[in-house]
Design a protein. Structure first.
Length: 250
């Protein structure tokens, strides 16, 4: 009996999986950085074994490395980009880091940068895209533009206080802003299908057959010898039947 039910059990299991995966929605959004496009806009990842791109800005040479990307708990991204100021064979390069935070909707919500020049480190404030003190922060595209503008202004002011005068170093904040703008244009928000489990009724052919109830027992034949239920009771005297005349004893 068990062997004959095995195919039905297997069929039931397979079809149950099929009927539970009933609908598909596209509600989940995945934020990505298209680093291939980012590299092309900088001249291509042609340096440092395909890990960096070199380009010129304002007469100075800069090198940008492929971004390091990690997901944030809210579904966004944290992106860090290393940027070098290439100063030549006999001079050590200057270095900078550009760090941006992207929310789950693909918008930049914060940025920070630091520059290392001759052993000195200059770090910007964390820029959140707020207006003047007491004003509400900008949103969407305006917020991203404002973050880039405030980041460069903050770094330039701190460089000025350090009395940096070399051309390539003075324009380092502008190179950071250049990378910021290009990086913003490579943010992608993709919709991914998500299976929604919807319980459905089991197909009729898989439903367990209902065992019919036992038929009622047939009526017993009536006892013809039984007295009617309400018939009067017939009483007869108890006597011994005579077989003939009895002679008196002597």
């Amino acid at each position: 009996m068990l062997r004959r039910s095995e195919p039905l059990i297997m069929k039931s299991a397979l079809l149950s999986l099929a009927v539970f995966l009933a609908s598909v929605s596209f509600a989940a959004a995945v934020v990505k950085i298209d680093d291939s496009v980012f590299g092309k806009t900088l001249g291509g990842w042609k340096h440092r074994s395909g890990q960096a791109a070199e380009y010129s800005l304002s007469g100075a040479t800069y090198r940008t490395y492929k971004p390091e990307i990690s997901p944030t708990p809210d579904g966004g991204l944290f992106v860090s980009v290393r940027i070098d100021h290439v100063r030549g064979w006999l001079s050590s390069d200057d270095h900078a880091m550009l760090e941006i935070t992207i929310n789950s909707e693909g918008m930049i919500i914060a940025a920070q940068s630091n520059i290392a020049i001759q052993g000195r480190s200059i770090t910007s404030d964390v820029i959140l895209g707020a207006n003047d003190a007491g004003h509400q922060a900008a949103v969407g595209m305006d917020r991203a533009v404002q973050i880039g503008t405030d980041l460069v202004a903050n770094l330039s002011a701190k460089l000025l206080r350090e009395k940096i005068v070399e051309a390539g170093r003075v324009s380092f904040p502008a190179a950071i802003r250049h990378n910021y703008n290009l990086l913003f244009q490579t943010i992608r928000v993709e919709q991914t299908p998500v299976a929604t489990i919807v319980p459905l009724e089991t197909p009729e052919e898989l439903q367990e057959p209902v065992k019919p109830a036992d038929p009622p027992p047939p009526d017993e034949p009536a006892d013809t010898n039984a007295a009617p239920e309400n018939s009067p009771l017939e009483i007869k005297p108890y006597t011994t039947p005579h077989s003939g005349p009895v002679s008196p004893k002597k």
